[in-house]
Design a binder for this molecule. Structure first.
Ligand SMILES: [Fe+2]
Ligand SMILES: [Fe+2]
Length: 500
C-alpha cells in the first residue's frame, strides 16, 4: 500500500503527461490571446497616441516576439513550481488548469480596471486570495508574484502609450505595488474563517498600494489625488471580485474551502437534513464525533473544519438501512436477531461504501467521500465474528468475511475520525464513565488499531496519537460525566407541609 501511495504521487502515466503538456500549451495560447486582445483594445481609438493593431504588429513585431518568449518562460517556471514544489496539493491536471485560470482571470481584471478606470484601481490581490483559499499559502504567494510580473509586462509591452509616457520610476513603482499587494494580502487573509471577516480584512489590502504610492511617488501625489482614491478603493474591488468568483471555482473544480466546509455542516444542508429525519440516532452520534474530531485536529495542527465536516458525513451510508444500526433502534427490535451473522456483517460493512456513493452523488468533495470509506479501515467486526463462532460451536470462521474492506486511513484526519468514531461508540456503552475508565478504553482502542496496522498508510506519529487520546478522554469525560445522585424527595410530605 505504501508503495502504491508513493507511485500515485511520483509517477504519471504517459496519458497524464500528455494531458499536462496539452494544458500547458492551451494556456500559453490563452495567455498569448489575452495579450493580443489587450494590444487590439489599446489601439481602438481610446487614445490617439497609441498605435492601432496593424501598426503595432508591423512596427513592433520584434517586441511582441520578445514578450511571447518571456511569457512562455514564466509559464514554464510556474508549471514546474506548481508540479514539483506542491505535489500533495497540486497533483492533477485539473489543479494546474485551475491555477492557470486564476492567473489569466486576474490578468484580465487587472487589464480592464487599469485600462478603463485607473491603473491603481486594479484587483492586485485577486489571484493570491483565490489561490490561498483553493490551494494553500505557498502557492498563493507564488501566484501573487507571477500575476504582478505578468501585469507589469502587459503594461510595458502591449501598451506603447504607457511605455512612452510613463516614467521608468513609475513603471517600477507599479511592479513593486503589484508584488507587495499580492503577497501582503495573502498573509492578511490567511486563517480567517468567516466570509464577513474576510471582507473587512480584504478591504485593507489597499494599504500596500497606498504605502507604495506615498513612498515611491510622493512628488506626483499632490497633482494626482485621483491615484490615492483609486488605490484606496482597490482593496474593495479585490475582495468583491474574490467573493464573487470563489464559489464558481469551488463548484467548477470541486474544491473544499473553509467556507464550503462551514456550509456543509449547517443543519439545513440536504444530506444532514435527511440524516436528522431518517437516522436521528446516527445524527446524534455524528455530532459527538464531530466535536471530538474537531478538538483532535486543532490539538495536532490539522484542518479542524475538515475534520468536523468529515465527521458529520462519515456514517451517511447508514441512511440505506438505518434500523440495522444500534443507535437508531431505540426500543424497537434488533433486526440482526433474525439474520445470520454473515449477512449482518455484510449489511454493516456496506455502510462505508454506501456512504462514499451517497456523499459523491450529492456532489460533495472527494475528500469527504474518501473518509466515509476509510473510517473503519480494515478492522474486524468482532461482535458478528464472535456470534458466528458461537453458531459454529467454536469452529473455524473466516475472519476476512467479518472485516471492513478499507482502505485504511490515508490522512491524519481520517485516522482521527477512526479513533473518535470508535471512542464515542465504545464510551457510550460504558457503565462506569470515570476518567480512568474512559482513558483506559481509548488507549485500548488505539492500541488495537495499531496492532492491526490501521495507521500504516497515514503519517500520524506516536506523539500525535497520545495527544488524540488525551483530547478524546477530556472531551468524552465532559460529555458523559457521572450524574450527581439526587436525594429522594417525598412529594406528599412537601404538599402536607405547604397546606399547614
Ligand atoms: Fe461507521
Ligand atoms: Fe460512526
Amino acid at each position: 500500500m505504501k508503495k502504491e501511495k508513493l507511485k500515485k504521487y511520483r509517477r504519471w502515466t504517459k496519458a497524464q503527461i500528455a494531458r499536462f503538456i496539452t494544458v500547458f500549451i492551451l494556456n500559453v495560447l490563452l495567455m498569448g490571446g489575452i495579450l493580443v486582445g489587450s494590444i487590439f483594445l489599446n489601439g481602438i481609438g481610446f487614445n490617439a497616441v497609441e498605435p492601432d493593431f496593424v501598426e503595432y504588429f508591423t512596427t513592433m513585431s520584434g517586441q511582441f516576439i520578445y514578450l511571447m518568449i518571456i511569457l512562455v518562460l514564466i509559464m514554464a517556471v510556474t508549471f514546474v513550481y506548481l508540479i514539483f514544489e506542491n505535489r500533495e496539493k497540486i497533483g492533477t491536471v485539473k489543479d494546474v488548469e485551475m491555477i492557470f485560470l486564476i492567473i489569466e482571470l486576474t490578468l484580465l481584471c487587472n487589464y480592464f480596471a487599469g485600462r478603463y478606470i485607473n491603473i491603481y484601481f486594479r484587483p492586485l490581490a485577486l489571484g493570491g486570495l483565490l489561490t490561498l483559499l483553493l490551494v494553500n499559502r505557498r502557492s498563493a504567494v507564488f501566484v501573487a508574484i507571477v500575476t504582478a510580473l505578468l501585469t507589469f509586462l502587459m503594461d510595458v509591452f502591449t501598451n506603447a502609450n504607457y511605455a512612452a509616457t510613463v516614467s521608468a520610476n513609475a513603471q517600477y513603482s507599479s511592479l513593486v505595488i503589484g508584488f507587495s499587494t499580492g503577497i501582503i494580502s495573502v498573509y492578511l487573509i490567511d486563517g480567517i474563517g468567516a466570509r464577513i471577516k474576510v471582507f473587512g480584512r480584504g478591504v485593507t489590502t489597499c494599504l500596500p498600494v497606498l504605502i507604495c504610492l506615498v513612498l515611491l511617488e510622493q512628488t506626483n501625489l499632490l497633482s494626482h489625488w485621483e491615484r490615492i482614491v483609486a488605490g484606496a478603493s482597490s482593496g474593495i474591488l479585490s475582495v468583491v471580485l474574490f467573493m464573487a468568483i470563489l464559489p464558481l471555482f469551488e463548484w467548477l473544480f470541486k474544491k473544499l474551502t473553509n467556507y464550503r466546509l462551514a456550509e456543509l455542516t449547517e443543519h439545513s444542508a440536504p444530506l444532514i437534513r435527511r440524516m436528522i429525519e431518517e437516522a436521528p440516532g446516527t445524527f446524534n452520534h455524528s455530532i459527538v464525533v464531530s466535536n471530538l474530531a474537531e478538538s483532535c485536529a486543532t490539538a495536532i495542527g490539522e484542518n479542524a473544519l475538515l475534520a468536523r465536516c468529515a465527521a458529520y458525513y462519515h456514517d451517511m451510508g447508514k441512511l440505506r438501512q438505518p434500523e440495522f444500526f444500534k443507535e437508531n433502534q431505540q426500543d424497537s427490535r434488533n433486526p440482526h436477531n433474525d439474520i445470520t451473522p454473515e449477512l449482518s456483517a455484510n449489511i454493516v460493512r456496506a455502510h462505508a461504501k454506501d456512504g462514499y456513493e451517497i456523499v459523491k452523488r450529492y456532489g460533495l468533495p472527494l475528500e469527504i467521500a474518501d473518509m466515509c470509506l476509510q473510517h473503519h479501515g480494515t478492522m474486524p467486526m468482532m461482535y458478528f465474528y464472535a456470534k458466528a463462532k458461537q453458531f459454529k460451536d467454536g469452529g473455524d470462521v473466516d475472519v476476512e468475511k467479518y472485516c471492513y474492506t478499507g482502505p485504511k486511513p490515508q490522512t491524519k484526519i481520517a485516522a482521527i475520525l477512526m479513533i473518535a468514531d470508535a471512542g464515542e461508540a465504545a464510551v457510550r456503552s460504558l457503565k462506569d464513565r470515570s476518567r480512568e475508565k474512559v482513558d483506559a478504553l481509548i488507549e485500548k482502542l488505539i492500541n488495537e488499531r495499531m496492532q492491526l496496522r490501521q495507521f500504516e498508510d497515514c503519517d500520524i506519529t506516536m506523539k500525535e496519537l497520545t495527544i488524540i487520546r488525551n483530547t478524546i478522554t477530556n472531551n468524552l469525560t465532559g460529555v458523559y460525566h457521572s450524574r450527581i445522585e439526587y436525594p429522594k424527595v417525598n412529594l406528599e410530605e412537601i404538599k402536607t407541609e405547604e397546606s399547614e
